[in-house]
Design a protein around this ligand. Structure first.
Ligand code: 13P
Ligand code: ZN
Length: 280
């Protein structure tokens, strides 16, 4: 297990996120839907004897699949130091309502408290593209800061972040979905988040953090990094002024579509009637 490519990729994302400052204490978590080849290659090191536990929601389209997930209360910082203490491989049962730990969390514990949101996201993104396998939650400070000053609306949030870096609409052309403040760790917030993930790769949780998804660990980390970098630029701009002298205009965004092979929803390309950041 510990020498496998999947464990190395999972670990690298956790460490990279920690060194970005996105994982205070046990903040943040990571899940990965394993491939049939990985399961085949590693399963003789797993044990199916542990009891089934309730997921707290239902994910029938993930029945029988295996996932690598961080443990609840575990620190991202410690994953590179002791993987088996901090991470589990779990299997989802045939009705998609229960899971069992088949490897890891060797000193006890359970998967992340955000397991319902992770699995519900993994289910809807699998429907979109069977190779979308990674869901990552972090607490990046600039994105969180913006949820206190921008309207919690998908169109405004997306547009203001897009304007901060030309690469943004290229990296996440479907935009950002925003979830108003909710109690974390349960089914309800998972329902709201997975509704967003049906079409988008980025969901922001107001006053809490961000969820992103991707095909592999690099792409998923890179998406979190891109959104947070643009949020940082916006925080810097807003700390100088409540308005912009220059910016990327709707027609400029439209001009990116051909060269980069993307399609941008007109919802985000509204004409602004105000030059104040965050106003339409
Ligand atoms: P866990 O330690 O249960 O993964 O929770 C951390 C977190 O960020 C909750 O939103
Ligand atoms: Zn969190």
């Amino acid at each position: 297990m510990l020498n496998s490519k999947v464990v190395k990729g999972f670990t690298k994302l956790c460490s990279d996120g920690f060194y970005q400052g996105w994982h205070e204490r046990n903040g943040g978590n990571l899940s990965y839907r394993m491939t049939a080849e990985e399961v085949e290659a590693l399963k003789d090191q797993w044990c199916e004897d542990r009891p089934w536990a309730e997921i707290g929601t239902e994910v029938p389209e993930l029945a029988g699949e295996y996932f690598m997930v961080t443990g609840s209360g575990k620190y991202m910082r410690n994953i590179e130091l002791d993987f088996a203490d901090n991470v589990a491989v779990i299997r989802v049962n045939e009705s998609g309502t229960k899971y069992k730990i088949v490897w890891g969390l060797v000193n006890g514990g359970r998967p992340t408290s955000e397991l319902p949101t992770h699995l519900m996201n993994l289910e809807v993104i699998k429907r979109r593209d069977p190779e979308l396998r990674v869901v990552y939650h972090a607490h990046p400070a600039n994105t969180i800061a913006l949820t206190f000053v921008l309207p919690l609306k998908d169109d405004v949030f997306t547009r203001e972040i897009w304007e901060m870096a030309t690469e943004c609409p290229v990296v996440f052309p479907q935009g950002i979905g925003v979830v108003e403040w909710m109690v974390p760790g349960g089914r309800e917030i998972g329902v709201k988040t997975s509704e967003i993930m049906k079409t988008k790769n980025v969901a922001v949780w107001a006053h809490h953090g961000m969820f992103v998804c991707g095909h592999d660990f690099d792409e998923t980390f890179g998406l979190m990094h891109t959104v947070e970098k643009s949020a940082e630029i916006l925080v810097k701009v807003m700390s100088m002024s409540d308005r912009k002298r220059n910016t990327i205009q709707p027609d400029d965004f439209r001009a990116l579509q051909g060269p980069f092979g993307i399609r941008l929803d007109e919802e985000f390309l509204y004409e602004k009637h105000s030059d104040r950041i965050g106003e339409k």
